[in-house]
Design a protein around this ligand. Structure first.
Ligand code: SF4
Length: 444
């Protein structure tokens, strides 16, 4: 009987940054000879990579840790690790609470995974957390993606951390100060991905449009997009997230001019009321935000705009909430990620007075979602009759057709053969709803 190849599983709850971190962990484990496990009962190493921006992922992680602890009773060699923002935030407390956990690995320690695992195997319970100082370097990323299959679409980190300290947000505490990756490294990674069949990249970072500020002599984000636009084989470039206070005219010009950069912009507004925005420490007013939207729409006609909105920030009055509803209606976003304020320990907002009760927050969130859903449907239906470029990805779940996304980031289900997968096709839109569009292919 042959020796079983050790296997791993990385379970992710979180944002694009967490997803990309999980991919890096997978890549490192595969370089160490691990294979991806299809089932957690089969895995020798299980890493839980959890975001702590909202409370839900942390709750899910606790439930899963309880289940894994039971599995570990019959399988003592199982290595359980907790990684990501939650590991960074809760650190030693997690090790104390969960005797089954062998490794706590913070967001800046991912690249130490091989040596950390070696310590675990020698019997240590390892705590590896701690963020770099301001002005520190971005971690050295393996651009080769050894062992990890390259998909049609991939996330590429452009920068890590954030210097903004919005009152409600844990990111600066869990991911540390802003650090940009060198442009040469990002371009090389994009070229490697394109050579392996990737056609669309999404540059990710907490505030991509302040890219380059921490790297002396670096290009800015517009300059990075210009360089990526020249990468052979790449068809589309997207990015997220952007902060309105750092959105430059140069970046708007770059989106307008560069053919591979998609006409899509995710610009978190958070609130439609100036006092609440000031309390959040966002650094812009509603008027300023709306002038940016006008400028984007003027320079990039047809641009798809999405946003993040939070309701129930401490002290938010009914009138201030109505201001948000009015602003959301007036701007007319294509889609929005909507949340109720959730006090995250350690942030300024968590200790603010006049916290709103859960019932009020949920009621406001419901109103906001109803409003935005109507706008999204209306926006999607405006595309009926248009022919749109779609990157065909995979067969749709129903009806045997294909699925893909427009340049504006709208999901489309359409009739076409599976052989179109990986190609840009023209689709005539025949219907639109809350989740996206449907239609049929008009040109191969
Ligand atoms: S910009 Fe504000 S909300 Fe966004 S990651 Fe930084 S601190 Fe958090």
């Amino acid at each position: 009987m042959g020796v079983k190849t050790p296997s791993y599983m990385v379970i992710t709850w979180g944002c694009q940054m967490n997803e990309d971190d999980s991919r890096q962990m997978g890549s490192l484990l595969e370089q160490m000879g691990y294979a991806r496990a299809s089932d957690e009962l089969d895995a020798d190493v299980i890493l839980l990579n959890t975001c702590s921006v909202r409370a839900k992922p942390e709750q899910k992680m606790s439930t899963r840790l309880g289940e894994l602890s039971i599995i570990k009773r019959d399988k003592p060699h199982l290595i359980i690790g907790v990684c990501g923002c939650t590991a960074e935030r809760q650190g030693a407390a997690l090790l104390r609470r969960w005797k089954s956990v062998n490794l706590i690995m913070g967001t800046a320690n991912i690249y130490e995974l091989p040596s950390l695992l070696a310590r675990v195997k020698s019997g240590e319970r390892v705590l590896a957390v701690g963020l770099p100082e301001r002005g520190g370097q971005a971690p050295q990323v393996s651009v080769e993606r050894a062992g990890v299959q390259v998909g049609l679409k991939e996330f590429v980190p452009a920068m890590y951390g954030c210097n903004n300290f919005c009152a409600y947000c844990v990111v600066p505490y869990t991911r540390g100060p802003e650090r940009s990756r060198p442009a040469d490294e990002i371009v090389r990674e994009a070229a490697v991905l394109a050579a392996h069949g990737c056609r669309e990249i999404t540059l990710v970072g907490q505030n991509v449009n302040s890219y380059g500020k921490t790297l002396p002599g670096s290009c800015d984000f517009a300059g990075l997009l210009e360089r990526l636009n020249d990468v052979d084989g790449l068809l589309r470039i997207r990015f997220m997230t952007s902060h309105p206070k750092d959105l430059s005219e140069r970046l708007i010009d770059a989106i307008a001019a560069l053919p591979k950069v998609c006409e899509q912009f995710h610009l978190p507004i958070q609130s439609g009321d100036d006092e609440i925005l000031a309390g959040m420490g966002r650094g812009y007013t509603v008027l300023k935000y709306r002038s940016l939207v006008d400028r984007l729409r003027e320079r990039v006609p047809g641009i798809s705009l999405t946003t993040d909105v939070m309701v129930g920030f401490p002290g938010e009055t009914e009138e201030q909430f109505k201001n948000t509803l009015q602003t959301i209606e007036a701007v007319g976003f294509d889609a929005a990620y909507m949340f109720e304020f959730n006090p995250r320990p350690g942030t300024r907002a968590a200790s603010m007075e006049r916290q709103l009760d859960h019932k009020t927050r949920i009621r406001r969130l419901g109103e906001l979602i109803r409003l935005q859903n109507g706008i999204t449907i209306q926006k999607n239906r405006q595309n009926i009759g248009r022919e749109m470029e779609v990157l065909a990805e995979a067969p749709g779940r129903r009806g045997g057709g294909m699925g893909g996304f427009t340049r504006g980031g709208k999901m489309v289900l359409f009739t076409a053969s599976p052989e179109t997968a990986g190609r840009l096709v023209k689709v005539k839109v025949t219907d639109g709803g809350l989740t996206g569009l449907s239609g049929h292919m008009v040109t191969p």
